[in-house]
Design a protein around this ligand. Structure first.
Ligand SMILES: Cc1cc2nc3c(=O)[nH]c(=O)nc-3n(C[C@H](O)[C@H](O)[C@H](O)COP(=O)(O)OP(=O)(O)OC[C@H]3O[C@@H](n4cnc5c(N)ncnc54)[C@H](O)[C@@H]3O)c2cc1C
Length: 308
């Protein structure tokens, strides 16, 4: 199996390392700073080829990749936004089936999560295919060493006439609407928050802190928050640096979708609940009141440089 990982400015996308691990360490990187991105693969990649390409042009990239991929029967991309753009174009050009949103990929067995993870479909491919692997589900293997992989640069010809969108400007993602799986700071709310209005406040607070809002299934089932904001096994698997949990008990179906945040802060009236046990900072307090207080504080804080 070969991982094909689109990169930007020397940075791997969400799920990049997991995809390389799933493919046994064989990877072709394509994008700007492709060789620099390989340094993130120390201890994961055993065979790295790379194509340097500026901008993001999935149609032109797919065409350029063709001559390097003909002999590869199983091609796996991360289901990151760029991977989801590139994979179908590759599948069409290679005239193969596309298995999108896989949770595991092996040469003759692919598992696909459907209906928000409530259904797992298993397919047994008998011909070559392209797949995308859902970030955060399998997790990355521990690095086997710290040695940076050797990178073989490949040449490529890009078709300037390929049907790509014209990029006018690249804007930083809006934390309020960005894919939760990519968010680095998340404020999550659970059943300890008493009304839908408090979730509107949590959304406002998240925006003020340049963070995304998430919720437990109890809340999405109530319809207070959309399902695309649900964190957990039947929601989105996230991997933020910072997770703030307001009124969340920490059921395993929730925490198993949390990845490995560097910092977890919880506010809960029950000091013994699992979420508090998992936290670096556990605050025993009414989460509704804490949100109201934080909102007042951000409203009156002096403007920061990043607010400009
Ligand atoms: C097949 C299946 C799949 C599931 N998938 C998911 C999933 O993807 N994601 C998910 O989240 N859940 C999922 N669940 C549900 C999961 O098991 C839990 O029921 C859910 O996560 C609990 O949500 P909660 O923490 O908001 O609610 P509760 O477990 O009810 O916890 C509420 C917490 O709020 C605290 N609290 C109460 N009042 C206050 C207050 N005033 N201030 C502060 N804290 C307060 C309580 O002490 C408690 O810890 C799934 C369940 C099943 C069976």
């Amino acid at each position: 199996m070969l991982a094909v990982v689109p990169v930007r400015e020397g940075v791997l996308p969400a799920g990049g390392i997991e995809t390389v691990d799933e493919c046994g360490g064989r990877v072709l990187l394509i994008g700007s700073g492709s060789a620099a991105a390989a340094t993130e693969l120390a201890g994961h990649a055993v065979e790295v080829t790379a194509i340097e390409a500026s901008g993001y042009a999935p149609a032109a990239w797919a065409g350029a990749l063709l001559r390097h991929l003909g002999g590869e029967d199983q091609i796996v991309l991360p289901a990151s936004p760029d991977g989801r753009d590139l994979a179908p174009r590759l599948a069409v050009l290679l005239q193969r089936e596309l298995f999108a949103g896989a949770i595991s990929v092996a040469p003759h067995r692919v598992e696909l999560a459907r209906n928000g993870g409530l259904v797992i479909n298993e397919v047994r491919p008998v011909t070559a295919f392209v797949a995308t692997l859902q970030p955060g589900v399998r997790g990355a293997d521990p690095a086997s060493s710290s040695a940076e992989p050797l990178v073989t640069m490949l040449s490529a010809e890009f078709d300037a006439e390929a049907a790509d969108a014209q990029v006018v400007e690249v804007l930083n993602p809006d934390a309020a609407t960005m894919d939760l799986a990519e968010s680095q700071r998340i404020l999550g709310g659970g059943a300890g928050l008493q009304t839908a209005e408090i979730f509107a406040e949590l959304a406002t607070l998240s925006r003020a802190l340049d963070a995304s809002m998430g919720a437990t299934r109890v809340i999405t089932d109530r319809g207070w928050v959309n399902h695309d904001r649900q964190i957990g096994t039947t929601g989105v698997v996230v991997d933020p640096k910072l997770y703030l949990a307001f009124g969340i008990s920490g059921a395993v179906q929730h925490t198993s979708g949390l990845g490995q945040p560097e910092h977890i802060i919880s506010v809960n009236i029950d000091p013994r609940c699992p979420m508090m046990q998992l936290s670096d900072l556990a605050i025993v307090s009414d989460a509704n009141a804490v949100i109201a207080e934080l909102l007042e504080r951000v409203a009156t804080r002096p403007a920061m440089a990043s607010d400009a």
